[in-house]
Design a protein around this ligand. Sequence first.
Ligand SMILES: [Zn+2]
Length: 381
Amino acid sequence: MKLPSYEQQLSALVATPSVSSAHPDLDTSNRPVLDILATWFQDLGFSVVYLPVPGEPDKANLLATLGQGDSGLVLSGHTDTVPFNAERWQQDPFKLTTRDERWYGLGATDMKGFFPVITEAVKGIKAEQLKQPIMVLATADEETSMSGARALAEIGQPKGRYAIIGEPTNLQPIRAHKGIMMESVRIQGLAGHSSNPKLGKNAMEAMHEVLAELLLFRKQMEAKYENASFAIKTPTLNLGYIHGGDNPNRICGHCELHFDLRPLPGMSLEDLRAEISQRLQPISEKFNTPLTFESLFPGVPAFEQPQNSALVQAAHELTGQTPESVAFATEAPFLQGLGMETLVMGPGSIDQAHQPNEYIAMSQIDPAVAVLKGLIKKFCM
Ligand SMILES: [Zn+2]
């Protein structure tokens, strides 16, 4: 069978909804997208397996492999998109629209457009030509929980030596990003009439000390950790949400805080959580108010691939662009955790991601195909 053109492939992927969202009414299965990819890669001679995502029967990862060996090159993309706001789109988000040398559609740049770049790059390659395999990985739920990448980390798949995640970076090699943690602190006080403080336990006053402790912790982290490859060179901690109490004349019975923390490479999420927990415990004891410190989501570790690794060097040579860091998190730490040199690099711009009228510029496609062909030649042939 003849493979459809790049435009036809992108059109088919965009037309197949695969929104991932924490709101169940917006969330969509990614399996129809996987079924399309499975057909194309089977036609290209790849063997295809679906890998389950535990607890999510509507979601799966897909791994397509051409050739044999355990030191292959993984080309990885997520199949899901963010939800969309139809009123703010100038056209149907699911109908690929061509205008001004651009393709418009939901997921065009982030990142359904990467898969037809892969099919173009591998077209015509026979398994017999490969010393090491080409593996194509299509993941689930990157935009929400990263449950697809977490499931792969659990089962230790795929087994390769190198991995490219084709997130939109204008083909700039990205070898580092910070991690993301989103945490909550809930303090259970005791409400009572404000005229007599002894009638209750003021959760807001306890939270006041929690805030002070977190800001002190931030200051200490800023003094202790620095990484010059980031625009913001230190870890950050943002106080983002607080709610407590109901009336000026009532002792505040409950207070809740949400904050985010962006660790640098080398800072472990578990260690950070353990330290915060340890720092907050004395406040709970002092005010005699139960304090719950919990993660709002499992978090994404920071990621850094050393400048001198073979994959970073190869991408640098092929693109002519200096490897840098970005301010968004990816599935890279999970793939790197499987033992692969990992790099984030793909066509399209992150500026158009998660926006109405998302598009990918046509001029991005050919250079991206050429870079993938170069990497395949270097690492698989
Ligand atoms: Zn993305």
